[in-house]
Design a protein around this ligand. Sequence first.
Ligand code: HAM
Length: 433
Amino acid sequence: MAINAPEGTYDMLPDRKLFWEQFKRAAQEVFGTYGYLPIETPVIERTELFVRGIGEATDVVSKEMYTAISGGNLAKLLNGEKLSSKSRLSLRPEGTAGTVRACVQHDLVPQGAPPAKLMYAGQMFRAERPQQGRQREFNQVGIECLGAEDPTIDAEGIIMLMRFFTSVGIPDDAMTLLVNSMGCEKCRPAYREAVLAHMRQHEEGLCDTCKERMKLNPLRAFDCKNEACAQIMDGAPKISDHLCDECAEHHAKVRGYLDLANVRYQEDPRLVRGLDYYTRTVFEVQVADSDKAQNAIGGGGRYDKLAEEIGGRPTPGFGFALGFERCADAIAKAGVELPTAQRCDLFVACVEDAARTDAFQLAQACRDAGLTCQMDHQHRSLKSQFKLADKLHARYVAVLGPDELAEGVANLRDMETHEEQRIALAEVPGALS
Ligand code: HAM
């Protein structure tokens, strides 16, 4: 039986791959104007980085992480031996922890230095139940800014993301930007207690997962899709009423800058996000979709304690990531045509096999001149070669027949206007460049 790609993964066929490359270039262009520079970190990291960075109790770490075991280590495990923490590796479920690890490891934010502004693009892996818009291997573009606590960083990051979404064709009115503050280590513990007290009062009505969440991560109950839980959590205390003065001021300033830039947003006191590292600002961009579970095309926030959590010196941070596949769906839904197949400047057609060597040389000379050029390799009829040229969206077709060969020319047809001209073989590359 044929072996297909694993469930929840997909092959990026040429059209999609070309679009992905263009999408990344567009991101680099927009984020570059804010000073973001590219970084690439390994797809595989030590498991403890994610456990400490993202949080052991999060779904992403506790249920969805792919842990990689090399052959030798698998034998050890089967023998009942324990693996050293160095040998325990996981495929990255997201890009923030690895980027912050790289900043700490290479001291990218030395004392007194300007913030490190970094962007990345690549595959992430989460063992989720696959469905439309939710893959096990998916692609993110993300940014991380380390070394600045000022609310201008949060605001410019959010504005930059919204500008990018618009630039790739997602209509403004299709997107909803939700913002919230998660508070800090000073004000969040008391808030968490207040939410827990509320959940205890209504414990019988909660689903088993939310009852479990009460032990480790009660705030995650705000994300529960169960109708009864959602109703109970609607009545829970709001973080906005529990922020300390510094967090409230930070949040007000972020909102003020968004207003200045005329960015529309909704305050959502229940937005908690699924990763434990957030402090203060959190935000998410959603597109209208009937299935609530997968309508987030991007999200992020501030994480002022993450660098310390993984062994670095205190370094405030802010970032976001967007999901390429969900964005591509939103772009297609908006009716924007995704750029497809490669361009083709010239197709060289042979009337008879005798022209093959000249056709081969002409195609080569055109490529050397920087043109995209294809020729027949399958001895097709002339009619079928024209069909192929059409399929390739060729701008021109050069026909080499016995008469043309005798004269050292090609019959060049403009595929749009259907005009034809005879032109010396040596002059074809120059005429089309
Ligand atoms: P996240 O919200 O987990 O945040 O993921 C960001 C985006 O990745 C989501 O909004 C969604 O578009 C896409 N995404 C997530 N999971 C899947 C999946 N299974 N299939 C398809 N797309 C998916 C983060 O990853 C944080 N690291 C963002 C961040 C950066 N926060 C601070 N800096």
